[in-house]
Design a protein around this ligand. Structure first.
Ligand code: REY
Length: 405
């Protein structure tokens, strides 16, 4: 049985119309989005396991149906199997949540995107020319303090695992360094930008980030698996444990599940699950959270790599995939968890994938190819796929791992 097509009901032509009208950035969208390949996703997940991830999960929401695919372990010590509903640390996907809060403040007339960030901060950044927009599109030139913090992965992590920083302390770590360039000159991804935004939002409103996330996003969208509990160190409910790899790859993985994530806060401390991330991103691009003009700004992508396949808007990444479609979302890395969460321009198809390891670039690159399977229908290649087919199809093998809502 070809599970790829099981019950998939994508209205091809209706989707084209929606895509074409949703955003000017998708002029190159192909006429139809291929069906997702669930077997392709599964094959990628297995590659991630072979490269050292204890487990992996993916959820695709498409045309009203939800598909859940998971392999490996959520908890190595207990031997618990991974499943696609588990909560995890989403890392920098948090930046999209922070950008939504900021853009709502723009709509409310409380922040001007092109005003100096210093207009809104209690303690000035060293350069008045840094605007709020430069923070959102990573063009401030502010040094990423995590470069120093995590130069040695596990010792760096253990040094901050239980630490609680103020935003200002993190900003001070950055501004102790020279900037990486003139404001506006070049894209340079930096956690500092989104820590400054957290500081700015709290200063302008007098309301903690946790409350903004809750009242402006989690509550209105009914994201019951999503939370921001900084500086609490634990995840509640059904969750995946995270395992960071040591720089000495011969050493065992380190369980990094419990930590304050205070080093990231508004740049990376949200906890969520795949269903909530898919719902969130679909809501973002379809204008449920951000007003039309601000959404257009968020989704205006500027290429950030040589071949233009990767781009950045405001707190939103773009990925142009092999089938020509551009998807919007974010990636995340926090110790023990790699995340990809992306959606089409109209939010009609969304995919979130997570592997519960980090400091393993091979796993991260492999996990990224779940995007190809989910949005371009890329099929598994190589001997594993052939072996499955020779086995008389993969229904039996897939059945425990692929669940359709
Ligand atoms: C921090 C280090 C990565 C992760 C980071 N994450 O900046 C933000 C993001 C929130 O973009 C750590 N790597 C790992 C190292 C490398 O320590 N020496 O892979 O666990 O999501």
């Amino acid at each position: 049985m070809r599970l790829k097509n099981a019950g998939l009901a994508l209205a091809g032509s209706a989707m084209v119309v929606a895509l074409a009208t949703a955003s000017p950035a998708v002029a190159d969208t192909p006429p139809t989005l291929p069906d997702p390949s669930l077997t392709g996703v599964l094959a990628v997940q297995k590659q991630a396991l072979a490269a050292g991830a204890p487990g992996a999960l993916t959820r695709i929401d498409s045309g009203g149906a939800g598909y859940r695919i998971a392999v490996g372990k959520a908890d190595r010590a207990a031997g618990t199997a991974m499943d696609a509903d588990r909560r995890f640390r989403v890392g920098s996907v948090s930046k999209t949540f922070t950008a939504v809060v900021l853009m709502q403040l723009v709509t409310e007339g409380r922040v001007d995107l092109d005003a100096p960030a210093n207009d809104y901060l209690p303690r000035a950044l060293p350069d008045d020319r840094i605007t709020v927009r430069h923070l959102l599109n990573h063009r401030s030139g502010l040094w990423d303090y995590t470069n120093d913090m995590f130069q040695h992965t596990v010792p760096g992590f253990e040094a901050v695992r239980n630490k609680v920083f103020t935003y200002q302390e993190l900003i001070d770590l950055s501004v102790a360094h020279a900037t990486t360039g003139e404001p506006g000159a070049a894209y340079g991804y930096s956690n500092t930008n989104f820590v400054v935004l957290g500081r700015l939002i709290e200063h302008v409103t007098g309301v903690p980030m946790a409350t903004h996330y809750e009242q402006r996003i989690f509550e209105p969208l009914g994201l019951t698996n999503t939370s921001y509990v900084h500086p609490r160190t634990t995840l509640t409910g059904s969750h995946a444990r995270g395992y960071v790899r040591d720089d000495d790859t011969a050493l065992p993985l380190v369980d990094s599940t419990e930590q304050t994530v205070s080093w990231a806060q508004s740049a990376g401390a949200v906890i969520s699950n795949s269903e909530d991330l898919n719902r969130f991103l679909a809501a973002v691009v379809s204008g449920e959270l951000v007003a039309t003009e601000q959404l257009r700004e968020m989704m205006s992508l500027v290429p950030v790599n040589a071949d233009g396949t990767q781009s950045y808007g405001l707190g939103l990444r773009g990925r142009k995939l092999s089938c020509g479609v551009t998807v919007y979302g974010h990636t995340g890395t926090v110790q023990g968890y790699y995340t990809y969460a992306f959606t089409t321009a109209d939010g009609e198809r969304s995919m979130s994938s997570m592997a519960n390891t980090s400091n393993n670039g091979t796993v991260n690159s492999i996990l990224g190819t779940t995007l190809e399977a989910a949005f371009c229908g890329t099929e598994p290649t190589g001997t594993s796929a052939r072996a499955r087919l020779a086995d008389g199809g993969f229904a039996e093998e897939v059945a425990p791992q692929v669940v359709r809502d």
